[in-house]
Design a protein around this ligand. Structure first.
Ligand SMILES: [Zn+2]
Length: 144
């Protein structure tokens, strides 16, 4: 009886081995292994491309999206996720240890415009939208 169980277990082990060997061969052929490894390193939530269209709401200067550089290790993990490019007269600049620091935002900053970390959705063309301003009476005739 026990011998039979052992034999069965051995067969399972063998088939497992065969499956993982087959997976390796497939991965080699398809390059799937590489894709899976990349997905492991970069969480899905961080695959949005860097924003290049951001403007500081305090001074109107371009804002750098540092997230890709943080991800690649070029910047320290504690580096700001967004930095205003204005190193001169932005009202958001703060006094650092030795010099004035540019206005910066982290993903958990309360004053981070949430719009910046959303995926950009292409604007809907005017033809597809309905202008509802000033037409309340037409839309809600029963409220009167
Ligand atoms: Zn600024």
């Amino acid at each position: 009886m026990n011998q039979n169980i052992d034999q069965a277990l051995q067969k399972i082990e063998l088939s497992k081995k065969a499956i993982s060997e087959a997976e390796l061969i497939l991965a080699d052929l398809l390059g799937k292994d590489v894709v899976e490894k990349v997905n492991e390193v970069i969480p899905v939530t961080e695959t949005t491309p860097p924003r290049t269209d951001l403007k500081c709401y305090l001074c109107g200067s371009k804002v750098y999206d540092n997230r890709p550089n943080k991800r690649s290790g070029q910047y320290k993990p504690k580096a700001p996720d967004f930095t205003c490019s204005n190193n001169n007269d932005c009202s958001g600049m703060v006094q650092g240890d030795t010099r004035m620091l540019r206005k910066s935002w982290w993903l958990d900053s309360k004053d981070l415009p949430q719009e910046w970390i959303k995926t950009v959705v292409p604007p809907i063309s005017a033809e597809d939208t309905v202008d509802v301003t000033g037409s309340d009476e037409e839309i809600h005739p029963f409220d009167k």
